[in-house]
Design a protein around this ligand. Structure first.
Ligand code: PLP
Length: 279
């Protein structure tokens, strides 16, 4: 295992992150997970592009250029000596005395861990547990705030499922840490890459592969009520790759609340308030 923090390769078991740190205290940061095959990071440019967008949306300056990121990742993978690895990288707003609003004047903290990638397990009977999607409506930002995802995954695991199938406003969004795909009548459906899902890099790659091979793919959300018409289900993510699903189940009512927010993700979550309106 290779670990890196703010310019130095460090002991992965050491304490490097200050206690008064925005990621540590607020989850005020973003991350990426990149899979390495045969010593080469897979779809790295796409991951770095998504990282840039996540950072931009929450107004954290990108601490590195693409070239610097690529070099850092390459050097970390080289030091790990692993051919099959996964790179976890995280950027937070930085270290400051605790206070919710941005502290100003802080430099982002960069951490990175490379560890051997376990081959994804593909049980023959992988199941999905349908659960209400209780995350905030801006999950296109790959934020380190993952408590709802953690709870959903643990709930699925306790029910014997491999992954959660999250349902928001009556439609299936995605998994706790993956995107979901449904075959209906010979077409493949997956949720559009709007604010309600994390647009997976694997999702984008599978979309491209499907289109290149003449499979009809539709970026349209599947209503939970249509599950009976679904012939096949699979899951995609960087670490799971493509996981076929054998079974979908639920044991509780799915939240039917309607959303009123526009689906299009905003370019920034910090709009300028130019003319305050008195209420
Ligand atoms: N959706 C969520 C919520 C995720 O956390 C992830 C990955 O961790 C994905 C989808 C899949 O994204 P990717 O294919 O880029 O790994």
């Amino acid at each position: 295992v290779v670990a890196y923090f703010n310019g130095q390769f460090v002991d992965p078991d050491g304490a490097w992150v200050p206690l008064e740190e925005r990621g540590h205290q607020f989850g005020d940061g973003v991350y990426e997970v990149i899979r390495v095959y045969s010593g080469r990071p897979f779809l790295m440019e796409e991951h770095l592009e998504r990282l840039e967008r996540s950072l931009r949306v929450i107004d954290i300056p990108n601490p590195h250029t693409r070239e610097e990121w690529a070099q850092l990742i390459a050097e970390s993978v080289r030091r790990s000596g692993e051919a099959e690895a996964q790179v976890y990288l995280q950027v937070t707003r930085g270290s400051a005395v605790r206070g919710h609003a941005f502290p100003g004047g802080t430099a982002p903290n960069v951490s990175l861990v490379v560890r051997p990638a376990a081959a994804p397990v593909h049980p023959e009977d992988a199941a999905l547990l349908a659960l209400p999607d209780e995350r905030w409506p801006n999950v296109y930002v790959k934020s380190i705030n993952l408590l709802p995802n953690v709870i959903a995954k643990e709930t699925a695991k306790r029910a014997g499922a491999a992954e959660a199938m999250l349902v928001r406003a009556g439609v299936i969004t995605e998994g706790a840490s993956s995107n979901l795909w449904f075959v209906i009548g010979g077409r493949v459906y997956t949720h559009p890459a709007n604010r309600y899902i994390l647009g997976g890099i694997t999702r984008q790659f599978v979309l491209q592969l499907a289109r290149e091979s003449g499979v009809e793919v539709v970026e349209e959300a599947v209503p939970f009520s249509k599950l009976g018409e679904v012939q096949e289900v699979f899951v995609t993510s960087t670490t799971q790759e493509i996981l076929p699903v054998a079974r979908v189940f639920t044991d509780r009512r799915i939240a039917p609340a309607l959303d009123t927010l526009p689906a299009e993700p905003p370019e920034t979550l910090l709009p300028k308030v130019e003319e305050p309106v008195e209420l």
